[in-house]
Design a protein around this ligand. Sequence first.
Ligand SMILES: [Fe+2]
Ligand SMILES: [Fe+2]
Length: 135
Amino acid sequence: MKRDPRLRGLSSEHHHALVLARTVTALVAAGRADDAANHLIDRFEHELEPHFRVEEALLLPALRGAGEVALVERTEADHASLRALALAARGGRRDGLVAFAERLTDHVRFEERELFPCCEARLPAAVLDAVGQRR
Ligand SMILES: [Fe+2]
Ligand SMILES: [Fe+2]
């Protein structure tokens, strides 16, 4: 499947997110939960949170306007649970690290397989242009 060039920046960040999920899982499996948590907290703040904000500011309002409410609500629910798990890790919890990695992987797959194809099919060119020009 060929991604619209204007969504390729976000898609490449999805690749980084999958690598993050694998790294967190591997560190936990190696008994290095603190390292996993620190890595998660750092990448969440610098990569994932900004990525979520672009999706929430540009893609989701336009999709909602196009009537794609179920896809919008799934995305918002995923972002909320990932934020909650990252916050728990920041607060010292070490029991949600693998759940975070699993949910992040699942979320990326959902966006690549369902959300982004819908964006390509239904969003106005001006919205996709704005996503392509961010930063
Ligand atoms: Fe995303
Ligand atoms: Fe997302």
